[in-house]
Ligand binder design. Structure first.
Ligand SMILES: Cc1cc2nc3c(=O)[nH]c(=O)nc-3n(C[C@H](O)[C@H](O)[C@H](O)COP(=O)(O)OP(=O)(O)OC[C@H]3O[C@@H](n4cnc5c(N)ncnc54)[C@H](O)[C@@H]3O)c2cc1C
Length: 203
């Protein structure tokens, strides 16, 4: 169980890095470790939330995306031992490497906002990061009033994703007639609408 290169995480980051390395040198002895059976193309979640894309099309089996020549270890990394160039997995034991690439993505921490987990579990709020099909359901059921879109102040996957669903929802709702006053609000904790200097405008 020794590899020249071990990659932790077969998401977009891990798979793309692996593909680039193999393209440069097909003889590299590389393993990628991830327990996930399915890989999801997250950028399309925005469109699913707005009813413009089918969720099934965002899914691929992880196996189908692992570049030929690389080994997929279907396991979860539980410990890192950088001093020994080694890591522990839940089922496959210890694996050693010459080089390690960590690409395990982000974990949504709903508990950083009091009441958020409860609200998500009860279906009172929806999130494109969790279940975009539910977002689309809620959008279709919207009866008017305040539709509030927001985003966390912490690092998130895709800084633009919370805004994109707000704009797509606004576009969907603009042709509907509501009996009560209706506002679509994008509430951001920052002072700029998008952080990239070339395109940012103040909110
Ligand atoms: C709604 C939404 C819209 C987006 N829109 C865009 C967009 O328009 N444009 C854009 O560029 N980006 C967009 N993104 C962001 C983009 O999809 C992510 O940045 C990208 O998927 C991150 O890839 P990743 O490999 O870092 O993480 P992930 O895709 O999350 O993959 C991490 C992998 O690591 C595995 N893993 C985690 N821990 C372990 C462990 N201990 N052991 C083994 N495996 C582990 C997980 O199972 C997972 O498969 C969007 C994201 C979302 C959620």
């Amino acid at each position: 169980m020794h590899y020249q290169i071990v990659i932790v995480g077969a998401g977009t980051g891990g798979i793309m890095t692996e593909a680039q390395l193999i393209k440069k040198n097909s003889k590299l002895n590389i393993a990628i470790i991830d327990p996930a059976e399915m890989h999801y193309y997250h950028p399309a979640f925005t469109l699913v939330g707005a009813g413009a894309y089918n969720m099934d099309k965002t899914k691929r089996t992880t196996a189908s995306l692992i570049p030929a020549g690389a080994k997929w270890i279907k396991d979860f990394v539980s410990e890192l031992h950088p001093d020994e160039n080694a890591l522990e997995t839940q089922k496959s034991g210890k694996i050693t490497y010459d080089y390690l690439i960590l690409s395990p993505g982000l974990v949504n921490n709903l508990d950083l906002i009091e009441g958020l987990r409860d609200a998500v579990e009860k279906g009172v709020v929806c999130s494109n990061y969790i279940d975009p099909e539910f977002t689309w359901k809620k959008l279709q059921e919207f009866k008017g009033g305040n539709a509030i879109f927001t985003q966390p102040s912490t690092p998130i996957k895709c800084g633009g994703a919370p805004q994109k669903i707000a704009y797509l929802a606004a576009d969907y709702l603009k042709n509907k007639t509501f009996t009560k006053p209706t506002n679509i609000v994008f509430a951001t904790p920052g002072t700029v609408i998008f952080g990239v200097a070339e395109i940012r405008t103040t909110s």
